[in-house]
Design a protein around this ligand. Sequence first.
Ligand code: HGY
Ligand code: MN
Ligand code: MN
Ligand code: MN
Length: 411
Amino acid sequence: MTAHGARAVERCRILADGSFSETPGSLFRFWLGPAYQRTLTQVAQWMEEAGLSTRLDATGSLIGRYEGLTPGAPALMIGSHLDTVRNGGAFDGNLGVMLGIELVSALNAEGTRLPFAIEIMGFGDEEGSRFAAPMICSRAMAGLIDSIPAHMTDASGITMADAMIRSGLDPARLTEAARRSDELVAYIEPHIEQGPAIESADGEIGVVTAIAAQTRQGVTVTGQSDHAGTTPMSMRQDALAAVAEMILAVERNGASGGATQVATVGQIDVTPNTSNVIPGEVRFSLDMRAETNEARDAMAEAIRMDLCTIAAKRSLGITFDMPQYLPAAACAPELVAGLARAVTSVTGRPAQRLLSGAGHDAMAMVDLCPMGMLFIRSPGGLSHHPDETVRVGDVELAHRALLAFVKEFQS
Ligand code: HGY
Ligand code: MN
Ligand code: MN
Ligand code: MN
């Protein structure tokens, strides 16, 4: 008998080794980069071995299809993303794709065809690791992107259109990745929890009820570069010293809400970034999340006012990039209930239900079809880190729960 959970874990570890990463010694895989292309080839091979027919969509995402009893029937889509954050872990996103492949492998081995097709999804961009926009591929699939954001470039100055052309994709046809809602019956995303809730409850797997709202936004603070030895402290317009105050204001605002409200500055670029020059310009990222869109927007506005006050006090310029909004997304109650029954059937206990603070492709897919998520315990709650891990036994339970879920689905 195939140990499906163990194989899903082993394959995530294979994809985390050097040959599928852009950076030697750590994992970093971004949409349409060389490591991403190698990953597509490998994952497509695993999909085909499992009994799926594969294709790339107009964004370069990988889709594997397993027909149901009637060829061409609408599909239950299962999957997640294949890209990673810089210095990321092996399981974020990738485990959901591998679990989808194992599900079909198990169904195919026992000769089971269902009243619906199954499509396994490997989305190319979820993290926004290459361009300052997350979930490009799932948003395109959900019909939420009308045209390619022409102004966006990656760290090497390559535009999104160029990145697509270099990968053999046509940027003018990006919108063809959009699916019709009658092609899909639901989207299910299995994912590591990336937080401590399941471990704290001594569970193995849990069912998501909703995903928190996010806003991401770049901020630029402009002062005056000058000589670090000759400019009196009273005459400086030091952009970095101001940003130090601003980061503390972001932290204070994040901490002023409930446990599900958070705010982070994770990236900072200093110009000219030289020890004996006063920093003239600083760009930094803002990541703000809360359980509801309203709570997130209220926090974002409070942060904006604090940052403007700090800039004005120091006579500095401040500009805010266009915000990227990801609204809070509710999982479909019938999918939550179905996944919870499946979890109970394999654990023998009531299923834990939880909110996701992390963002997922499911947030975009909710515009297209009902969505649900199955979470797998994250030991130590650690994620977006090379030590991110899973327990094989938990992944095996997740596999069995998914199998139980699809067999009960629409029956
Ligand atoms: O940032 C997020 O929440 C997700 O992991 N991309
Ligand atoms: Mn992530
Ligand atoms: Mn993820
Ligand atoms: Mn000099």
